[in-house]
Write a protein that binds this ligand. Sequence first.
Ligand SMILES: [Fe+2]
Length: 365
Amino acid sequence: MEEMIKTTPAVFAVGDEYQIFVPVNISCLMWVKVGGETYYDDSNGILRSATDIHKVTVPMEALDEAGKYTLCLRPVAERKPYFSETGEVVEKEFPFYPVKGEKITAYEIADAHNTVGLVLDAYYKFRDEYGKADFLILNGDVPAHCDKGSDFDVVFKLIEGVTGGSIPVVFARGNHDTRGTTAEIFENYTPTYNGKTYFTTKLGNLWMIILDCGEDKADSNDEYGNTNCFSAFRKRETKFVEKVASEKEFEKGDITYKAVICHAPFTRKNNPPFDIEEETYKYWAKLLREEIKPDVMICGHTHKLSVDEVGGEKDAFGQPCTVVVGSEINFKEGKYAGSGFIFENGKIKVVFNDKEKILNTYDIK
Ligand SMILES: [Fe+2]
């Protein structure tokens, strides 16, 4: 199995399901067995093989209950209209640890910009001090851009290093993820809900809304050469935020904490040419503040660690809660810092750290 798959599976939380992605080195068919049920990577009944990444969707409840899954792979020698030639099935079982209990530990990685070792070392330092994360937040700009299929590899190498395929991942798209010739197939490699990069999900008693600001400059900016329509994309996303605010799914069930996961800290005022969509972002902030009432907003993008309190100097558009920018990079100096979030006793502890030390901690009440 090891030589056939590029990395261990990535188990993404989306809505009430897990989307298990597995990048592969060979042409093969794939399915996953969970608690006596089989879930296939198929296209309307046809097992897929013309791909370098497989995707199998599993109900969250089923995998949480089973606590393990078996990845099954059948090599394809030649796919033909009749009598396709395929090999023997190879199987591997992975343990799976669902998020549960009163204490939840998450680790956020953002802005890795194609770097793996330095970034993983930051997580390992956090793990040494505070214990393993219950899930990973991969919060945008993980590849530097998307210009070839292998640009997606960094996403799966980081996930392998933190999760080994055994804990969930929450994924949000960053603005650099929208750039390059393969950006338009980003959704084939990363989780989406009905094809959309914004959605909600719930892990244990933590409910999350994942938002996507798209690019950070206007669609008309020369840098994009007429290839973007994010203004229309954000209008559709506004409808989604309105729907979440009115349907209030976060008031149902055993939810203790609510978090916003978004690459860009969109409640800040930016200088030109980044001063876009101010009315849109004010409206999103208002819906979050008045209806959704999150406990924390977890971001990246600025490459500078920061905890922005409500009403503070960075609060330009009416923050709904404390905004944390949890990544800092300086690759020239070989430095990367990430952040841990520990949800416990109704409070959230934020830990900033690099590969050598804990840099700072904050308590959000
Ligand atoms: Fe960014």
